[in-house]
Ligand binder design. Structure first.
Ligand SMILES: Cc1ncc(COP(=O)(O)O)c(C=O)c1O
Length: 400
């Protein structure tokens, strides 16, 4: 349809949202569906955060605010970066947007010109390549492998960088694999980046606080201070504080970049929701003690799902360091046939047959740029996870 823009034809709708919608449709039609597609915690937003929002409404903090965030939130973000990441930023180096998603999008729109390349390790969060395309740039996909726990190696990063590279997008712990880079693994990448001064780093630290076992989170500008001047450190309250619906994300980086992002936001959405900003102040400044409590629950669920999946012939899953996802390989099941007669040709046919024949909704790996795999979000009850994994086991055992 010629009415629509050429840019629009470069992007596809979010496959994770498509799976969630399909699962909802089947549920509404009366099917017994267990949805493991959605990437959000099942926990409720902590009460102190809700109370701060209610107090903000009652105090009339319901008007437009500064375009990229109230001073109190920017202060809380600076304090957070110092406390958690040993990174020193001033409020004019901070941008607050409507979710982490808008922050990343603003930064790409503010910086990309046609032909500019953005290196994205695969598997990747579904929105990165499409955001790059919408902003007029070219995604360059650097594939990782199961053998390295889905982590990019220095050689793979080196091979992906060209004179046209503008950004390297880094995400640890990762959506969709949960892979978290240790200090040494990240240092190997920052050593490469030091050799390429024209490449900027966009690090998406959204899952920073969701880390298990003895994994210690670290972020590029902390591991290699020489990258501070060309790093945008992005984060948000959505996942760790169970605030997905409040829509607050933020980033810190060089002041001219932050000013450019503010310009984009001023001409598109203006400020993020005033009430949500006050809730985020409380999230960042208030008690953090529920984080380890939630992590104990997430780690138990990760271990439950991993042991049930790794018991299946033809399925292999490395142990992720963080987030709330696992990304098993189904290489050993390709070419088999399901009880209803579907040939499992790839991970998309696997996920479709699994949903239709057992009512378990997962997202197929091709959506994240690395196949044949599927993603499970284990941010749901132990009972639902146990039942879902039992159905996956039965389905896989019946493949011939
Ligand atoms: C890696 C990653 N970055 C960013 C986001 C977006 O977060 P928000 O909901 O704050 O826009 C998500 C959400 O799924 C994510 O998984």
């Amino acid at each position: 349809m010629t009415f629509l823009s050429a840019t629009l034809s470069r992007v596809k709708p979010s496959p994770t949202i498509a799976v969630t919608n399909k699962a909802r449709e089947l549920k509404e039609a009366g099917r017994d569906v267990i949805g493991l597609g959605a990437g959000e915690p099942d926990f409720d937003t902590p009460d102190n955060i809700k109370a701060a929002a209610i107090a903000a409404i009652q105090a009339g903090k319901t008007k437009y605010t500064a375009v990229d965030g109230i001073a109190e939130l920017k202060q809380a973000i600076c304090a957070k970066f110092l406390r958690d990441n040993s990174l020193s930023y001033t409020p004019d180096q901070v941008s607050v947007g409507t979710g982490g998603k808008q922050i990343l999008y603003n930064a790409l729109v503010a910086t990309l010109n046609p032909g500019d390349e953005v290196v994205i390790p695969a598997p990747y969060w579904v929105s990165y390549p499409d955001m790059v395309l919408l902003a007029g740039g070219e995604p360059v996909i650097a594939e990782t492998s199961l053998q390295t726990g889905f982590k990019l190696t220095a050689d793979q990063l080196e091979a992906a960088i060209t004179p046209k590279t503008k950004w390297f997008i880094f995400n640890s712990p990762s959506n969709p694999t949960g892979a978290g880079y240790s200090h040494d693994e990240l240092k190997a990448l920052t050593d490469v980046l030091i050799r390429h001064p024209h490449v900027w780093v966009m690090t998406d630290d959204m899952y920073e606080h969701l880390a298990y076992d003895d994994f210690r989170f670290c972020t590029p500008a902390q591991v290699e201070p020489a990258l501070y001047e060309r790093t945008l450190t992005c984060n948000g309250v959505s996942k760790a504080y169970a605030m997905t619906g409040w829509r607050i994300g933020y980033a810190a980086g060089p002041q001219p970049l932050i000013a450019a992002m503010r310009k984009i936001q001023s001409q598109s959405t203006s400020n993020p929701c005033s009430v949500s900003q006050w809730a985020a102040v409380e999230a960042l400044n208030g008690p953090q003690d529920f984080l380890p409590t939630n992590n104990t629950v997430f780690q138990r669920r990760r271990d439950l799902v991993l042991s049930m999946l790794n018991d299946i012939d033809g399925v292999t899953c490395p142990t992720p360091e963080g987030a709330f996802y696992v990304y098993p390989s189904i290489a050993g099941l390709i070419g088999t046939t399901s009880p209803a007669g579907t040939v499992i040709a790839d991970d998309e046919t696997f996920a479709t047959a699994l949903l239709e024949e057992t009512g378990v909704a997962v997202v197929f790996g091709a959506a994240f740029g690395l196949s044949p795999n599927f993603r499970i979000s284990y941010a749901t009850s132990d009972e639902a996870l146990t039942e879902a994994c039992r159905r996956i086991q039965t389905f896989c055992a019946a493949l011939t």
